[in-house]
Design a binder for this molecule. Sequence first.
Ligand SMILES: *Cc1c(COP(=O)(O)O)cnc(C)c1O
Length: 383
Amino acid sequence: MSDSAPPPAATRLTVDLDALVGNWRTLQAFAPAAETAAMVKADAYGLGADRVVPALARAGCRTFFAAFPDEALAVREAAPGARVFVLAGLFEETAMGFIEHRLVPVLNRREDLAVWRRTAARSGRRLACALHFDTGMNRLGLAVDEAGDIAAAIAAEPGLEPALVMSHLACADEPGHRLNAAQKARFDAVRARFPGVAASLANSAAILTDPGFAYDLTRPGIALYGGEAVNRSAGPMMPVATFEARILQLRRARKGETVGYGATTTLARDSVLAIAGVGYADGYLRAASGAGVPQRQLGAGASGAIAGRPVPVVGRISMDATAFDVTDLPDRVLASAAWIELIGETIGLDDFARAAGTIGYEVLTRIGPRAERRYVGGGTTPA
Ligand SMILES: *Cc1c(COP(=O)(O)O)cnc(C)c1O
């Protein structure tokens, strides 16, 4: 190690930009008549917007969605020529920043319309916006029964240029859910009020399950990043994120001894344990410990993998360390093992998520800042 090199991290997150771009192309093929945008909120689902956005832009993605203005700024820097929508965060005091950085606000409330109209008047420009209607989720969005009034107000308002009319499905991950059809019917009624304006309804799950949801523009997120969009269906997506932890110590423990905080696991045989430098502070969620965490009723805990062989978590995941049972690994495999795969080719993102009682979205967005970020593919090689 040279004097200037940072000390090596105990965890690393490798993002495969070729797999990311491949997933974007696959989603484009599912909705060939629509434009495939990319949802890059929360730093591209934790994988790094500064690398994810340029890779997608190079592949031909022209439209990105961020959650808030500060995130959108990073997207704007990463893709100077792209169209960047911002899902929320338009206020009187932030409005001029939207213009300065060419960000397009998604209008969710009547007040947002008023703010953007005043901003257009002040700047003397015609300003693009997206109109987001709430068709049944009761989260953000304009009321469906006000669509007529809003259409009339916009028609009378030369300063506003609606670029998109959109809504979001509550249950797209459950293809048969009755709310999907109900939301689509309401969306069709809203959309009819805005002839000539591009329409957008589909998230990842909707793209993969029903071409009728595609409309003019799709907004995939999780499927780009290799996560499961439709419940319990891996789908055609390639894994994008590999999360690994360094083995810090191998130890032999005897049958009858216990492992970790709370002494919750008693070894049923003489065992070899690999102690890895990862814990819940890194987003390796404590709830994935399996038996032994109070309040948690689920059975089996998570597994890591070494050389493609699963190695189960033993005892409780702690803040910075986790024990894995490597007793069954051949000595020669163990002798050369330096890292444990936590999520990747062998241990699916959503399998780990299920062990923790959550979803891949939460797992990805929780991977902590201690992990070294590495990028492969997309014309780059890891450092
Ligand atoms: C997050 C989000 C998406 C993307 O959803 P995925 O399930 O990740 O594909 C699309 N639209 C809106 C409004 C969102 O908030």
